[in-house]
Design a protein around this ligand. Sequence first.
Ligand SMILES: Cc1ncc(COP(=O)(O)O)c(C=O)c1O
Length: 450
Amino acid sequence: MGANIKRCKNIVKQDNEVVGAACRVPYYPLVIKRGRGAIIEDEDGNEYIDMLSSAAATNIGHCHPKVVEAITEQAKEIIHYTPVYTYQESLVELAKELTEITPGNFKKKVIFGLTGSDSNDGMIKLARAYTGRSKIISFVGAYHGSTYGSLSISAISLNMRRKIGPLVPDVHYINYPHCYRCKFGKKEESCNLECIQELEDSFKNYIPEEEVAAVVMEAIQGDAGLIVPPEKYVKKLYSICKDKGILFAVDEVQQGFGRTGKWFGIENFNVEPDIIVVGKSIASGMPMSAIIARSEIMETLGPPAHAFTTMGNPICCKAALATIKVIKEEGLLEYSRKLGKYTIERFNDMKAKYPLIGDVRGVGLSIGVDLVKDRSTKERDKEAAAKICYRCWEKGVLLTFFANNVLRIQPPLVITREQMDKALNIIEASIVEYLRGDIPDEVLEIAKGW
Ligand SMILES: Cc1ncc(COP(=O)(O)O)c(C=O)c1O
């Protein structure tokens, strides 16, 4: 593979001339033409097994026939009429569905958006309005989006923050509990949740707890390198929030809709957030997001405090209803758990062979493979990640990395076992070729990642 990418290269060249670089994270000149299930085809007719799912936005696979049908039928009726001024049945149906599938046995309400970022902005507004407090606690490494609000609660990239300040004020960042790279030098056996201590210390020294509106957490920190927090940490954090009247808000934009083998990532930790933000896979890649919050929180903001003309688009609503139905009917939660377990085992087998792999972690089909220069220092190996991803692309696997060195394994949940095996074999072959020094340095000029 990789021999014929003439059309793709030409389109990328033109793209670079007319599209702003700020909206891109470059890996390779892949120009998408079509997708079916877990397979992507480029403009030159090359096929790839997808390990990225359009950044976790197409969990039920590309162009699922039920979603295509729902979109097509709705488009024949009406493409959009703003729900800011009018009402629509599919939006109500979807809102009801979301209040049912999200954790929390309490009355909830929903506000729709267009993309994860804007719903995270809405979450900040709601948390501040409900509590009458201004401070938000977020995490180092968090990614919540690219609008001013969501960016302000993110702390993952200097490039995202340079030149554009000031950002939304009163956001504080604590360390995310990262057991493989523990900031406090602890191992599982010796861990006393020192990272929670850090938060408690901040309440004693510089963050007045009565001014904190919400703690905002990714159930699994995605773009920081797929970091799975210990359950005891999440439970403790949750109980601190409850004690202090702080809202516990969870960003499920990346981990939601079956990615981790549950509807939502936070269900793996047995706590019930006050506010949940969803996006990406909700409508199989159609532009949609939503805030789902306790009713009393939603009711603190009146019209039109969080309204967008194209929010809750009927085609997106129908696509979302079809997506949820497919997840239920095809048993994708269970499949994600099962295939995820198998995939982690396969990567652990590779870890036993290649010291380059420092850590394999994840839940369901949300898996990170942490590449290191040295297992004792855990120094991140960006060169390896970039070269391996590039070689995988050449061999027909769409693979990316985050946090400079962590291979991102988030395929569509409908990927077959055979496709997964083929992709894993190609990833392993690419690792071997990297270790042999077969992948040229020029690749690093192209596969830049974050
Ligand atoms: C956890 C998380 N939150 C929010 C966002 C932002 O979503 P969007 O790009 O749809 O605005 C992302 C996107 O990658 C994400 O991973």
